[in-house]
Design a protein. Structure first.
Length: 338
């Protein structure tokens, strides 16, 4: 039986500069649709799951285009509401060399930010669902979305649904204190948690250990401490990324479960085409491994390979299949597949 997955978040219009052009000097922009939760939805749909995206878009051509983007990628839109006056937008100024990419948000007063709990039919939404995924971006958008996200988590758990939370802190949307207070409301209802070392220190208040300690040992320490605070969390996951330049990074995936930290191999990603959405591809890959009950080593290998592949395509979404990702994870880099 195909597993049913629910995601909640804002789908966004993305406008990007050409490489080498600043946003302030651009006279044309590339158009895509994305957003963290929508990106995870697309990946999981490509993996063969029945994915429902819960959101709200304006009843205008942009809202229709966002809905079409989801449907084209196999995501179900029965719970995509229409209303409000605008679709959230963000701009990407592509980085080059030592200059990082920059994101500029234009999403205040969007249709999704005005979504309220009374608009969601939670009993219908979570009926026979297997997984509910959210991120820390949604509650950063408005106070009503804090309330809605918390209630959604509570309803999911009441219906026996596995829950997943990606911290995904965005400093341009809220500050550390606001994020910390909100995440602590959510974590008692979370089964799968995507958070790294900095989140443990700055949002959850865990004492920082020396940087001289090896990365893997530090991360194990932080995850053990978070699990003591929230024993309901079964899985913790994150990545180690070293940014050598805007177009060259290294990436390694981590998965902590049952007191053990598992790692992928370290990938060097050269000639990055588009980094945006790489974290969402990792999240979706990890959720796939957990849902399918693969070994923990296989889960972190698959998730990291999925993220690396996302870096090679334009746009927010990772459209590779399970078979393509598994083939990539086991092949010699750059080899032609005939």
């Amino acid at each position: 039986m195909v597993k049913k997955i629910i995601t909640l978040g804002e789908i966004l219009l993305r406008l990007s500069t050409d490489v080498g052009k600043r946003l302030s000097q651009a006279d044309q922009l590339d158009l895509n649709y994305g957003g963290a939760e929508a990106n995870v939805s697309v990946s999981l749909s490509n993996f063969g799951y029945e994915v429902y995206f819960v959101s709200k878009v304006p009843n205008n051509p942009l809202g229709l285009a966002a809905e079409r983007h989801l449907k084209t990628n196999g995501v179900r839109t029965e719970f995509l509401l229409k209303g409000g006056e605008r679709l959230g937008t963000y701009y990407v100024e592509s980085g080059v060399g030592a200059r990082s990419s920059q994101v500029t948000y234009d999403r205040k007063h969007s249709s999704f930010s005005q979504l309220i709990t009374e608009e969601i039919l939670f009993d219908d939404l979570f009926k026979e669902a297997d997984l509910f995924h959210i991120t820390g971006i949604t509650p950063a958008l408005s106070p009503n979305l804090v309330e809605l996200t918390l209630l959604a988590l509570q309803k999911a758990k009441a219906n026996g649904v596995t829950t997943s939370l990606d911290f995904n802190y965005r400093s341009k949307l809220w500050n550390h204190q606001e994020a910390a207070e909100t995440m602590k409301l959510f974590l008692p209802y979370v089964d799968i948690c995507f958070c790294g070392e900095l989140y443990a220190i700055y949002l959850l208040g865990i004492n920082k250990v020396s940087d001289s300690i090896e990365n893997k040992d530090r991360l194990t320490y932080y995850y053990e401490n978070i699990q003591q605070m929230y024993p309901n969390i079964q899985y913790f996951s994150s990545t180690f990324r070293e940014v050598l330049s805007a177009s060259t990074n290294t990436l390694q995936g981590n998965l902590f479960a049952k007191g053990v930290l598992y790692h992928s191999k370290i990938y060097q990603i050269d000639h990055i085409v588009d980094r945006v959405g790489g974290g969402d591809a990792f999240v979706a890959g990890m959720l796939y491994g957990i849902l399918e009950g693969t070994s923990l080593e296989e889960a972190v290998t698959f998730a990291t390979a999925a993220s690396v592949m996302k870096h090679t395509v334009l746009g927010d979404c990772n459209t590779f299949s399970v078979e393509e990702i598994k083939t990539f994870a086991n092949q010699t880099p750059g080899k032609i597949i005939r």
